[in-house]
Write a protein that binds this ligand. Structure first.
Ligand code: CTP
Length: 405
């Protein structure tokens, strides 16, 4: 486990998102980290030191002037002994304090005294987040080396307000912590890898489109796994309901043509992995206005034309990446179809998966794939999509090993 033996100091600021920090403690603990907690005075209005202490099985530090705690551990030791300091929720106030070097309570004193990396998970009202003062403070903190995860868009505690300001989910924060503390070898550092993921949406009129069931889970997991091995990953994602993976630059597109343009603009690359379920066809023209269900006219006739085949275009490109990996989603004749795609699209490998409804692959969390190349077929067991991603990233790293960075 990446976090085993790692010490994390969690600073809980005063905001309603503090309840999520209890889950964060559990998530970090599950991953092998040992966690110490500092709570601001405001945080104690939202969760109690008793609850936090029950989860960490440790003293919870709340007061800069607590003589006993200062004698036992002291704020300087708190600041130095951790491998990483996580501030969650990071309130506008805590951000402002650190950006300006204030240190009038335990949390801010620890933040000023540390030389360890700091990760902030901001949570505040969207107006506070977009205020020029907070934006300034964030820019200052980033310049000083502070890392950020979130905030996300979505519903706020004040139901009427929506916007950017929700704290990142505990799992996202845990992933960001893992990415920061991951000291495993990075065989893909210096490599640029392009990944496509998710479905595409092909517009019919301003309100309707043609799409498919792809969730983006597999493509996003592959992008994240490649980034964990040190690659500079550019993920071109169609519309999906999942978060951008951490450590990856994500470019959002809607249509196959936009995805194609984005991928082309990202060349040259060392490798490209085409996981997206690109719509093969699109309506020939997009109606400028919503198509009305006029009496007696019957359903509209959609005339379809072919979309660019992104993988085939890159597989035969003059600036073709060294390694081109395709996917083959099939409901029948899996191996024969995958082998044909390998040839036709100019890929080095095709990851073939059976997506017939009974397998539950589309939208599900598990996958059973076969790696088809000119030299044969390698069958992998049924794995979670995250495990498939990790194995595929290692496989790609192995293939790129012999080429110059
Ligand atoms: N692909 C692509 N651009 C397209 C269609 C597919 O880049 N317009 C890529 C997919 O990302 C995948 C591979 O091609 O890596 C195969 O996709 P798949 O949907 O299985 O194959 P198709 O070429 O669409 O063939 P068919 O639908 O006939 O099986």
């Amino acid at each position: 486990m990446i976090l085993s033996g790692k010490r994390i100091l969690l600073i809980i600021g005063g905001g309603i998102a503090a309840y999520k920090s209890l889950d964060l403690i559990r998530r970090l603990g599950e991953r092998g980290a040992s966690i110490r907690v500092v709570m601001t005075e405001a945080a104690q209005h939202f969760v109690t030191p008793l609850a936090v202490g029950a989860l960490t099985a440790d003293h919870v530090f709340t007061d800069l002037f607590d003589r006993q705690a200062e004698q036992d551990v002291g704020h300087i030791r708190l600041a130095r002994e951790a491998n990483l300091i996580v501030v969650a929720p990071a309130t506008a106030d805590l951000m402002a304090k650190l950006a300006n070097g204030l240190a009038n309570d335990l949390a801010s004193a620890v933040l000023l005294a540390t030389e360890r990396p700091v990760l902030m998970a901001p949570a505040m009202n969207p107006k506070m987040w977009s205020h020029p003062a907070t934006r300034r403070n964030r820019a200052t903190l980033e310049k000083d080396g502070v890392r950020f995860v979130g905030p996300n868009k979505g519903e706020m505690a004040e139901k009427a307000e929506a916007g950017e300001g929700r704290m990142a989910e505990p799992l996202e924060i845990a992933a960001a912590v893992e990415a920061l503390l991951d000291d495993r070898p990075k065989p893909l550092s210096g490599r640029r890898i392009v990944v496509t993921s998710g479905p595409t949406h092909e517009p019919i009129d301003p309100v309707r489109y043609i799409a498919n069931r792809s969730s983006g889970k597999q493509g996003h997991a592959i992008a994240a796994a490649l980034a964990r091995l040190g690659a500079d990953v550019r993920l071109v994602s169609g519309p999906v309901a999942i978060a951008d993976p951490t450590g990856v630059t994500t470019i959002h597109v809607q249509t196959a043509r936009e995805m194609n343009d984005a991928v082309e603009s990202l060349l040259p690359a060392d490798a490209a992995v085409f996981v997206a379920a690109v719509a093969d066809w699109r309506p020939e023209s997009e109606a400028g206005e919503k198509i009305k269900k006029a009496d007696g006219d019957g359903p509209p006739q959609l005339s379809m034309i072919e979309n660019p085949d992104i993988l085939a275009g890159i597989g035969h490109h003059s600036r073709r990446p060294y390694l081109v990996v395709g996917f083959a989603a099939e409901t029948q004749n899996l191996l024969a179809n995958a082998a044909a795609k390998l040839e036709k699209k100019g890929a080095d490998f095709v990851v073939a998966n059976d997506v017939s409804a009974a397998t539950g692959v589309m939208g599900g969390d598990r996958n059973r794939v076969k790696i088809v190349s000119k030299s044969g077929v390698d069958e992998w067991p049924e794995l979670s999509k995250a495990e498939v991603a990790v194995r595929l990233a290692a496989f790609i790293a192995e293939r790129l090993k012999t080429t110059a960075v």
